[in-house]
Design a protein around this ligand. Structure first.
Ligand code: 5GP
Length: 189
């Protein structure tokens, strides 16, 4: 049975690298759930590839029609996972990776639990070996100011509290081991 896959973790934990590697593995039969947003399209983005871009009126109409599995607001823009998007991909026998932030993921977990559809879900939370190591990795990226680093770390501490909602907790100590563990979870279904 194809599954909904949620991979969550604090910023700097290596989620981007892990997901990139997962998509390279054709055996995983992975497909990305394209979210809908009211945010303005950036120059490098393509409508229908990175997001479905829309306006607030249409977004709110879709909320009224229960078209979203979950939705939320970040920085004054709306983002949502479309039920139709996820179902279409599941119906094509694809495993669907949903890219959301922690709150969105917890909303999906709670909703599927309520609907007795937990067996459709593989929920994975990636943790760093320690907060010190996470800080080292964020600093290594060299792209953040001191203030941004403090904010990221404070946020990471809060986000780590949510790990108990997730069925699988994977420690990213060694990225290749973490990737292989996640591949095995997806293959097992
Ligand atoms: P960005 O505007 O940089 O593409 O994304 C901003 C934030 O929105 C990121 O944290 C991203 O994970 C989150 N996001 C993207 N799509 C969705 C979605 O469908 N639902 C929710 N809840 N968050 C989303």
């Amino acid at each position: 049975m194809s599954k909904i896959i949620l991979i969550i973790g604090p910023s700097g934990v290596g989620k981007g690298t892990i997901e990139k590697e997962l998509f390279k593995d054709e055996n995983l039969n992975l497909s990305f759930s394209i979210s809908m947003t009211t945010r303005k399209k950036r120059d490098n983005e393509i409508d229908g590839v990175h997001y479905y871009f829309t306006d607030k009126k249409h977004f709110f109409d879709l909320i009224d029609q229960n078209a979203f599995l979950e939705y939320s607001n970040h920085f004054d823009n709306w983002y949502g996972t479309l039920v139709s998007e996820v179902e279409n991909k599941l119906n094509q026998n694809k495993n669907v990776l949903i890219e959301v932030e922690t709150n969105g993921a917890v909303n999906i977990i709670n909703r599927l639990k309520k609907e007795n559809k937990e067996d459709k879900l593989i929920s994975i939370f990636i943790v760093p070996p320690s907060l010190e190591e996470l800080e080292r990795r964020i600093r290594e990226r060299n792209s953040d100011s001191e203030e941004q680093i403090s904010k990221r770390l404070a946020r990471a501490k809060v986000e780590l509290e949510y790990k108990l909602y997730f069925k699988h907790i994977i420690k990213n100590d060694n990225i290749n081991i973490a990737i292989n563990e996640i591949k095995r979870l997806i293959e097992k279904g």
